[in-house]
Ligand binder design. Structure first.
Ligand SMILES: NC(=O)C1=CN([C@@H]2O[C@H](COP(=O)(O)OP(=O)(O)OC[C@H]3O[C@@H](n4cnc5c(N)ncnc54)[C@H](O)[C@@H]3O)[C@@H](O)[C@H]2O)C=CC1
Ligand SMILES: O=C(O)C(=O)Cc1ccc(O)cc1
Length: 370
């Protein structure tokens, strides 16, 4: 027996979901993207089984219809879907980073008797597009579902069971609770990351050298500012009330920091850093076999390398030959003429472990997974 899954939007998330769902041999995936190039690449790479000629055609045959497009487009398509011809038993879901506006946009569809269950796989990257899609993206990450009150329990069970192959940790949440929490851990940090980068850009006009000093901590803190601006524009617009609340709390926190600096009391400055460190150090950690509650996931491999320029190209060449993609590469410590520590980040523990294995076979360097 085959199950038809149609995915609208074949980018990072739609493509990764298709790859994960194909672990189930009974699933046949139809894809549609408004960019023919993306749909064609998804088909040629075997990520989807066929390309639908239109969004309506994709919806018509679907047992499960998944929207993996930016959240404003999802809301628009959900409004239009009221007029589409679909199987009465279809389950419609999405992958959007906001949930309340999406649940509101689905009201028309729900009142027509079609099941809609909001979804948000809380794993991703600052990269976008089908070329960044990977099968393991959702493993061990929370995958939030926001069913409406009227949702038949059997349908929630059916969707949960479909998504089990992603190996995500499925969790049911209320849509407004979801939006409040993601504002804190994801959407607001994105605004801060982008403002830090904009601050650097304006400083650069006065001190052109400053960009060269933007290493380590600045890069770690601002990686997400490289994500797609259209996707983040839509998320910000849809979650603006929560974001304004967060911004008010942040401004008041910054005011406290300002007072602290003016008072010039080393004790309270240390306490400020100490409280943050204690809390940060006790956040659920990412370990080799288990990821608990990690929203921004990165899996690092630390390699002791001699401090000469050819090393990075040697390592990236070996990984490229094995088609293992990395998300970040940096030297965290260099002591001239001794060893530096090269930190390479991967999107999943599986890729990180594969990388460690090939590099152990093909180089003499010692490495650790921390
Ligand atoms: N990027 C991330 O890390 C995560 C993103 N999400 C959510 O998943 C959704 C998709 O995000 P990504 O895959 O990262 O974006 P993406 O930019 O990689 O892919 C989106 C795809 O949708 C297509 N598209 C846009 N409008 C369309 C329309 N009206 N009809 C058909 N196709 C259309 C684009 O051509 C593109 O191929 C967004 O709602 C985002 O909020 C959720 C979790 C993580
Ligand atoms: O780690 C990153 O780059 C992310 O920011 C991932 C991400 C982006 C959007 C989401 O809704 C959930 C996760």
């Amino acid at each position: 027996m085959t199950t038809n899954v149609s995915i609208i939007g074949l980018g990072l998330i739609g493509g990764s979901l298709a790859l994960a769902l194909k672990r189930n041999p009974e699933i046949v995936i139809t894809g549609f993207d408004r960019s023919y190039k993306s749909a064609d690449e998804a088909y040629r790479r075997g990520i989807i089984d066929s390309v639908a000629p239109s969004v309506k055609a994709a919806a018509k045959e679907a047992d499960y219809l998944i929207f993996a497009v930016p959240v404003a487009a999802t809301a628009q398509l959900l409004h239009e879907a009221v007029l589409w011809d679909m199987k009465p038993s279809v389950i419609v879901t999405d992958t959007g980073s906001t949930k309340q506006p999406i649940m509101s946009a689905a009201k028309g569809l729900i009142s027509k008797g079609i099941t809609f269950i909001g979804g948000h796989p809380m794993a991703g990257s600052h990269k976008s597009g089908i070329s960044a899609a990977i099968e393991h993206l959702f493993e061990n990450a929370y995958y939030v579902l926001t069913p409406p009150e009227s949702c038949p329990p059997d349908d929630l069970e059916r969707l949960t069971s479909l998504l089990t192959v992603t190996q995500g940790k499925l969790a049911v949440l209320d849509a407004s609770e979801h939006d409040r929490m993601t504002a804190v851990v994801s959407h607001f940090p994105h605004i801060i990351a982008s403002s830090l980068v904009n601050l650097l850009a304006s400083q650069e006009q006065r001190q052109p050298f400053v960009r060269r000093l933007a290493a380590g901590g600045f890069r770690d803190l601002t990686r997400i500012a490289s994500a797609d601006p259209v996707m983040w524009r839509d998320i910000t617009v849809q979650n603006k009330e929560e974001l304004i609340g967060q911004l008010d709390r942040w401004l008041s926190e910054m005011q406290t920091v300002r007072e602290m600096l003016k008072n010039n009391d080393p004790g309270s400055i240390q306490q400020f850093f100490d409280e943050a460190k204690q809390f940060r150090d006790h956040l659920p950690s990412v370990t080799q076999n288990e990821v608990q509650g990690a929203l921004y996931m990165q899996f690092d491999l630390h390699i002791d390398v001699p401090d000469h320029p050819g090393v990075i190209s040697e390592i990236t060449r070996i990984l490229a030959e094995k088609e293992i993609s990395l998300t970040n590469i940096r030297i965290v410590e260099t002591r001239t003429d001794v060893y530096g520590i090269l930190v390479i980040s991967f999107r999943s523990p599986v890729e990180r472990n594969q990388a460690a294995q090939v590099l152990e076979q093909e180089t003499e360097y010692s490495m650790q997974i921390l």
